[in-house]
Ligand binder design. Sequence first.
Ligand code: HEM
Length: 224
Amino acid sequence: MLDTLLFVVFPYVALAIGIVGTIYRYLTNQYSFTSLSSQFLENELQFWSSTLWHYGILPTTVIHLAGFTIPKVMAALHSTPELLYLSELAGKVLGVMALVGVAIMIVRRLTFTKIRAVTTPVDWIILILLFGQVFFGLILAFAYRWGATWFIHTATPWMVSLAAFQPDPQYITALPLAHKVHFFTGFLLFALMPFSRLVHLATFPLPYLWRRFQLVIWTRRKVV
Ligand code: HEM
């Protein structure tokens, strides 16, 4: 019963809140689509935290999405021992980078008075959830080895069943608590997106890939 609530009902509710909420916020307050950077209040730790976090979490997200949508790629990572060790190592390095990045974000907001003053309760909730999410992700990766194999036989079919509107939580109900916490928080973060700085995810500058080149014209007259 609890599994049905957490891994069938909740994912749909979270996705609905995330998508509808983000669209509503865009329509009603477009200028609030920002990460509200505090870089001008403190630069150095902001640079390290943001760089480590984004360079760690963005490839990790792409790997998750590939695992959900093209599991054959994930399976191919196990085809030779070299690839297996390399992919396991890469995943862990990226995860640790993200964890250190978000840890620095938390410390930075705790230690700099100016930054603490502009930190809202929702910011704290998101930072703690992100830390927990990456922490539990790393627990899965370190304590339950060869994730590329069990990922595509548990998380992938569960996600596919959700996407096909034929939800089947049986793929994950027998998994340990750490897995369930990680999966639940993944959807919780999505639900919180429109109420937090995470909304800046929706501003990912994809149109840059196909928009026309920007033409910069120098208008100042030359001093002769
Ligand atoms: C419901 C959605 C999600 C599912 C089903 C999921 C599933 C998994 C699984 C099965 C693993 C273990 C992979 C392995 O050991 O190779 C993992 C690892 C990980 N996850 Fe997630 N995840 C989800 C959402 C997220 C989110 C939103 C984040 C970050 C904000 C995240 C961050 C990580 C990290 C950092 C690792 C460790 C990767 C590694 O070191 O190889 N996950 N996840």
